[in-house]
Design a protein around this ligand. Structure first.
Ligand code: SF4
Length: 383
């Protein structure tokens, strides 16, 4: 795979703390006390500074604080991390600087401080505007908190705000989901992400479902929710630019586009992933080990797994096809020095017959049906 030496990089910063764990959550996050959070921030800043030698030459045009819940940290701690990044990397003057926030963890003051620090994009974990659904999912906030947080964020000067929504949650009905979509559209954010629940083994929700204490919407209900999403949002001016992401014109998330376009990014913090244009890396996901290794001046990057070209091609294909702009044959040739249409002639023919893709001279795209049944498409490109 050819390296992408000239591309601007993205930086991801992982904050693995939350105020409480949601019942469905399998992300690397925990409820941490203040001392642990301080230790973590100090270690994170050391990791960032140490990486500067290798990466400081790259220009960075997107920075994303995710988690966990980055806004459980004190503003001073977020300021310190941001300052360390600014001192270590050449952050473009117009860089997109995003932070994920749980509506239950922000105030007028904290949002104003975030904006003053330079954060210019806010991703609010709304999930639903139905309190019964939020409670069943173990969220710490209620619908009113999300609405308040959104208003305060606008007042604080955030003109680029995204909502994260989820469907297929316990207690959720088609009517509840429709009202969540209507509520979201009424507030008029700039970006919406909507993912179906994936029940992860070992989570409290998975156990509750197994024991019959909680019931999830049926497959047919979930499909109806998916259809509503794709009926409502385009009518409200949201362009679907990725399978699960919708934006007002010009408001696509620049940082996430790097993932889907296989552009380079560097992740810092616990379990953070990186991609340098040719190879993927991951940091340890063990917090004790992370802190110990940083204290000892050792790398927290795990030894990279050997990845063959077939796997790299499959990964590239899966992510590129998620985008509405599709997979560009030229880009594919530049990266792999091969012709996509030749490698996959039979697969493309089958998918065309099933009306799951369309092709032009330059690219291949998923049809709306292909987006809905993405797994059937991706199965054709498995190595
Ligand atoms: S706020 Fe997000 S990261 Fe934290 S527990 Fe809930 S789902 Fe997981």
């Amino acid at each position: 795979m050819t390296g992408l030496v000239d591309a601007a990089w993205g930086i991801y910063v992982h904050i693995p703390f939350c105020q409480a764990k949601c019942s469905y959550c399998a992300f690397v996050s925990q409820v941490g006390n203040e001392q642990l959070q301080q230790e973590y921030v100090a270690a994170l800043c050391r990791e960032i500074t140490a990486a500067g030698g290798d990466f400081s030459a790259h220009s960075v045009d997107s920075l994303f604080f995710g988690g966990g819940t980055p806004t459980v940290l004190q503003t001073d701690a977020l300021a310190l991390i941001l300052q360390t990044i600014r001192q270590t990397f050449s952050l473009a003057p117009d860089a997109e600087i995003s932070i994920e926030a749980n509506p239950g963890t922000v105030t007028a003051q904290s949002l104003t401080s975030l904006r003053q620090l330079g954060f210019n994009r806010l991703s609010l974990g709304v999930q639903s505007f139905d309190d019964r659904v939020l409670a069943a999912a173990g969220r710490i906030h209620r619908a009113e908190d999300a609405e308040t947080a959104f208003g305060l964020a606008r007042q604080a000067g955030f003109d680029n705000i995204g909502f994260d929504l989820m469907y297929g949650l316990p207690q959720q009905t088609e009517a509840s989901w429709q009202s969540t979509l209507e509520h979201a559209i009424m507030l008029n954010p700039d970006h919406l992400s909507a993912y179906g629940l994936k029940l992860e083994d070992g989570t409290p929700l998975a156990v509750a479902v197994e024991n019959g204490r909680e019931i999830l919407p049926s497959e047919a209900d979930e499909e109806a929710m998916y259809d509503k999403l794709n009926d409502f949002l385009p009518m409200a001016g949201f362009e679907r630019y990725e399978v699960a992401n919708y934006a007002k014109p010009g408001r696509q998330c620049r940082h996430n586009l790097k993932y889907w376009r296989s552009l380079p990014f560097r992740g810092f913090g616990l379990a953070a992933h990186s991609f340098d244009g040719t190879q993927r890396f991951a940091n340890t996901d063990n917090l004790t080990e992370y802190l110990q290794r940083i204290a000892a001046g050792q790398s927290v990057v795990l030894p990279p797994e050997e990845t063959d070209e077939a796997t790299l091609i499959a990964e590239y294909t899966f992510t590129a096809l998620r985008l509405a702009t599709g997979l560009s044959y030229d880009d594919f040739r530049q990266r792999f020095d091969r012709d996509f249409r030749q490698i996959y002639a039979a697969e493309l023919q089958r998918l065309l017959q099933k009306k799951l893709i369309v092709q032009t001279d330059q690219a291949v795209f998923l049809t709306p049906r292909g987006m809905k049944f993405g797994n059937r498409v991706f199965a054709e490109f498995l190595p």
